[in-house]
Design a binder for this molecule. Structure first.
Ligand code: UDP
Length: 325
């Protein structure tokens, strides 16, 4: 297939481009490099440009016979979205609409969308399945849910098929060591703990130890990046075969507290480092764990990295062999 990966120079997008290319697909990456890295696009063709730019989109869709579009170019920081909602609604909603409308102009009807556990808000129950009510508690979650709604309506009206994949916590790195996570600023837990372990940061701060969890720190569901990408490939095949839109929650189904993740990093790296307890971070639910039964059943998806220590090991190798160099 010929696939356009929007945001293919970012963390998840770059792993996706590699996986799709190695599977024999013809891949084009479109990325404005605002957060991505040119050297993370190691496969296929690269075009520097913005997903909100109609001229760029028309040129790509005119010159290449694209079968499907995968969209990874959303802004992802919850805290920033609270302070700068305009930035989030413009990029995540307005620019995504521009992309979808360009697809329609060129009769491209297959779309894979990076959604998020943040669309569910404060959970009523865990693990969270697809039926759980959707009440985001921040602009980031709202922006993603808005596009899910748009996609429901575009399916009915225009026959644009979409699969929305709600990620819980993407983690780890390419086991070949070619790719990994590089956010500036880094706000995610595992890369920050790894920086503390490698000495690139003085300590790791635990945001709250008074939650109603076993050890008081927040519980999250960490899923390896390759498993996440595998779900995208399976979802695309299934959507095209069945000519049907779908929505799936993606996670390992197992929760780890912040303190447990710190212990796993200490174990994997063999390093000790300072841990400090800080106040809660705004907008953090106590527990977010996925019920991924539907994806497993319908897509025949089975995560290969079931153990957190194996996920962390791939990220630790990336920290030591790439980021520390
Ligand atoms: N967290 C933390 N210290 C940090 C960064 C994150 O304690 O320096 C916690 C955060 O409060 C949340 C969990 O780690 O409970 C995962 O946060 P992350 O930002 O990695 O992902 P999120 O769950 O927000 O998507």
């Amino acid at each position: 297939m010929k696939i356009l990966v929007v945001g293919g120079a970012g963390y998840i997008g770059s792993h996706m481009v590699k996986q799709l290319s190695l599977a024999g697909n013809d891949v084009i990456t479109l990325d404005n490099l605002s957060y991505g890295y040119r050297d993370a696009v190691k496969y296929g063709k690269f075009i520097e440009g913005d997903l909100g730019d109609n001229a760029v989109l028309d040129a790509i869709f005119k010159s290449a016979d694209i079968d499907a579009v995968m969209h990874f170019a959303g802004f992802i920081q919850v805290g920033e979205s609270v302070i700068k909602p305009s930035m989030y609604y413009h990029n995540n909603v307005v620019n995504t609409l521009t992309l979808l409308d360009a697809m329609l102009r060129h009769d491209i009807k297959n779309f894979i969308f990076s959604s998020t556990a943040a669309i569910f808000g404060e959970p009523d129950y865990t693990p969270i399945d697809e039926k759980h009510q959707k009440q985001p508690i921040n602009p980031y979650g709202h922006s993603k849910l808005m596009i899910e709604q748009v996609l429901d309506d575009y399916d009915k009206a225009y026959g644009l098929r979409s699969t929305c994949l709600r990620y819980f916590n993407a983690a780890g790195a390419d086991p070949d060591g070619e790719l990994g996570e590089r956010h500036i600023p880094e706000t995610h837990l595992i890369p920050l703990i790894l920086q503390a372990a490698s000495g690139r940061r003085d300590d790791i701060k635990v945001f709250g130890d008074d939650y109603e969890t076993d050890d008081g720190s927040c519980v999250r569901d960490y899923i390896h990046i390759n498993d996440l990408c595998q779900a995208h490939s399976l979802a695309l095949d299934s959507m095209i075969k069945n000519n049907k839109s779908a929505r799936f929650n993606l996670g390992n189904g197992k929760g780890f507290s912040v303190k447990q993740v710190i212990d796993v990093v200490k174990d994997v790296s063999g390093k000790n480092f300072k841990v400090s307890i800080e106040p809660r971070r705004d907008g953090d639910p106590a527990v977010l764990v996925a019920d991924a039964t539907l994806a497993k059943k319908e897509l025949n998806w089975q995560p290969e990295f079931a153990e957190l220590k194996d996920i962390v090991k791939t990220a630790w190798d990336w920290e030591v062999n790439f980021l520390c160099q």
